[in-house]
Design a protein around this ligand. Structure first.
Ligand SMILES: Cc1ncc(COP(=O)(O)O)c(C=O)c1O
Length: 382
């Protein structure tokens, strides 16, 4: 089987008749920015190894993350929150996924109801199945969740919590406006629903509306992961809880499961990058590369109907009305692009729109992305 690197080499040599693997575009990872990332990551790791004694750093359990790591988390979230939270409200974890499983287990629970956007992050379906809670979908428009639909769900299904992505929603790319954000938190508060806000796509765009956690810090569990802006394998994620007592109640050893903990080396690198400005430089490089790739999308798919934004990692595209959804996905693959059908994101029942989602970041370089986009254009316009 060809590796991604071999595929790229064949690409750039333009070997005639080479049989190329389809470009992987189902995921929405941040694009490679190797020059910046490698330099910053190496520098952070070297500085940590020079200034810390590995035995003391790695040789001990750090159930809560060190104080320094949690303080760095409190600083990191100020990219979106206007004030740095008390580090006692911050939980440092190895991933957004892990934080969500703990929150769902503790605050939704077996047979409880979690409200979700009608199209959303598919992993939530797996968590629900594994933990035995129920999902109820809330209708969306192009901006995001509809307040009336959320209120209806609250009245009819009495959810314990809402999981939401108000900024660059996955998969629809919606950005919820400020007024709607206010309406959503007012409804949640009225019905006693806590909010799990996943803001993972918010660091690439600039000038986004404030998170729900800014409007309702008392009922919002705010999650800011790094895997969509810094590196998919870094994964360090920060949770800001409403109260200082929440981390101990929900996460700490003795009061919960501990598989959510971050490895000290990963925590240390994240902390170093936050303090030395490396995190911002990587995010800025990822933003620039994402913008360049989005420009390629606009140019190649001109005339097709799709939604995205310049700093979004994915594209939500309408499938031509005369084509079946799965046929279209297969056609893209035959022509050289792996894309995801809308059905993947429909996890709480309802009808899937006639759309696909594809990511621009996983293609190793722009040459490979162009090949994928050409394949999608071929399927679209043939
Ligand atoms: C909405 C959303 N949240 C979280 C994640 C995963 O985050 P992490 O790598 O921090 O677990 C993804 C990955 O696709 C995602 O789309």
């Amino acid at each position: 089987m060809k590796t991604a690197l071999q595929t790229t080499q064949i690409d750039s040599k333009k070997e005639p008749g080479a049989l190329l693997a389809p470009v992987p575009m189902t995921g929405n990872l941040p694009p490679r920015v190797a020059d910046t990332f490698d330099h910053e990551y190496r520098g952070a790791m070297q500085s940590l190894l020079e200034t810390r004694q590995p035995m003391d750093w790695i040789g001990l359990h750090q159930f809560l993350g060190s104080r320094e790591d949690r303080e760095a988390g409190a600083k990191f979230v100020t990219r979106r929150l206007s004030m740095s939270p008390d580090p006692d409200r911050v939980v440092l974890s190895h991933s957004t996924q892990a934080i969500l499983t703990v929150l769902c287990g503790a605050l939704v629970g077996m047979n409880g109801v979690l409200a979700v956007e009608e199209l959303t992050y598919p992993a939530m379906a797996k968590f629900a199945k594994q933990m035995g809670f129920n999902l109820v979908g809330v209708k969306l428009d192009e901006h995001g969740m509809l307040p009336d639909a959320f209120e209806k769900v609250c009245k009819e299904h009495k959810p314990r919590a809402l999981y939401t992505l108000p900024t660059l929603q996955n998969p629809t790319t919606g950005i919820l406006g400020l007024e709607r954000r206010k309406n959503i938190v007012a409804i949640a508060r009225k019905h006693g629903v806590v909010i799990f806000e996943d803001d993972i796509y918010s660091l690439l765009p600039e000038d986004m509306p404030p998170p729900l956690a800014e409007l309702a810090p008392d009922i919002t569990y705010y999650i800011l992961g790094t895997s969509k802006s810094i590196g998919a394998g870094l994964k360090a994620a920060y949770l800001v809880t409403p109260r200082e007592t929440d981390p101990a109640r929900l996460f700490w050893p003795g009061s919960g499961m501990t598989y959510w903990m971050i490895a000290p080396a990963n925590a240390g690198v994240a902390t170093e990058l936050i303090h030395n400005g490396g995190a911002d430089r990587i995010i800025s490089a990822v933003r620039d590369e994402t913008r360049a790739r989005q420009k390629m999308v606009r140019e190649t798919l001109e005339g097709a109907c799709f939604r995205t934004s310049p700093e979004c990692l994915h594209v939500w595209m309408e499938v031509p009305a005369n084509r079946g959804l799965s046929d279209f996905v297969e056609d893209c693959k035959r022509r050289g692009a792996e894309v995801g059908p809308a059905t993947t994101f429909l996890i709480a029942g309802g009808e899937a729109p006639h759309r696909i989602r594809f990511g621009t970041g996983k293609a190793r370089d722009r040459t490979m992305l162009q090949r994928g986009l050409d394949a999608i254009a071929g399927a679209c316009f043939s």
